[in-house]
Design a binder for this molecule. Structure first.
Ligand code: CA
Length: 222
């Protein structure tokens, strides 16, 4: 639960937020206009949206209204220079969960992001928060993995990679898909980081858990 979409057309601000969030273990992607923000936010690829209001193409408020109109429940934090009380009210009425005005301190954004993600977890049905495949139990709330009776500690990226496989059991996931979901940015497609991490998971969770599908990617055996 750490994939964050940043809708921000100002490259310096987007880079600043990305850098900070990544250094705290979050996975980030940036949408630089209203249409791509709406497209990317719709679905289950992200756990939270940080939304600028002054976006090319359409106002961020409109993007938010449309997302909520489509039933999208993704937590949204508005991050904008508009600091009038009317703007804040309009933001919350459009369905924002929080509202931060620019200029802002990264520490404040981070605290609010964490609070939102925590709230969201608390609101989810506990049964959705555990995935069990074979003898492995993935507890998404505690971010803990149990193999049989043994609890295995996984660093953030390894956990997110495991979660990605467990959400798509039996499905072939390409290196590009895994890079995008877990690392969330334009890693060199020739990079072998996915293979290295799959190797870590095989060592920790069982050597035959993740199968190599030649020329295509990897699949979690069910
Ligand atoms: Ca802007």
């Amino acid at each position: 639960m750490n994939r964050i979409l940043i809708a921000e057309d100002e490259p310096r601000i987007a880079a600043f937020i990305e850098k900070g969030l990544r250094s705290h273990g979050f996975t980030t992607s940036v949408a630089t206009d209203a249409q791509s923000a709406a497209d990317m936010a719709n679905g289950s690829a992200f756990d939270l949206l940080i939304l600028d209001l002054g976006l090319p193409g359409k106002d961020g408020l409109k993007v938010l209204e449309e997302l909520r109109g489509q039933g999208e429940k993704l937590p949204v934090i508005i991050l904008t220079a508009r600091d009038d009380i009317q703007d804040k009210v309009a933001g919350f009425e459009a369905g924002a969960d929080d509202y931060i005005t620019k200029p802002f301190r990264f520490e404040e954004l981070l605290v609010r992001v964490k609070a939102r993600l925590r709230n969201n977890l608390n609101n989810q049905d506990a049964s959705e928060m555990v995935i069990k495949i074979r003898n492995i139990v993935l507890d998404l709330r505690a971010r803990q993995v149990k193999v049989g009776e043994q609890t295995i500690e996984l660093p953030a990226r390894e956990f997110t990679l495991t979660e990605t496989f467990f959400r798509h059991p039996g499905q072939v996931l390409s290196r590009e898909q895994l890079l995008d979901r877990v690392w969330g940015y334009d890693y060199d497609p020739g990079s072998n980081i996915v293979d290295v991490y799959v190797g870590y998971l095989r060592k920790k969770l069982g050597s035959n858990l993740i199968e190599t599908v030649r020329g295509m990617g990897y699949r979690l055996r069910t």
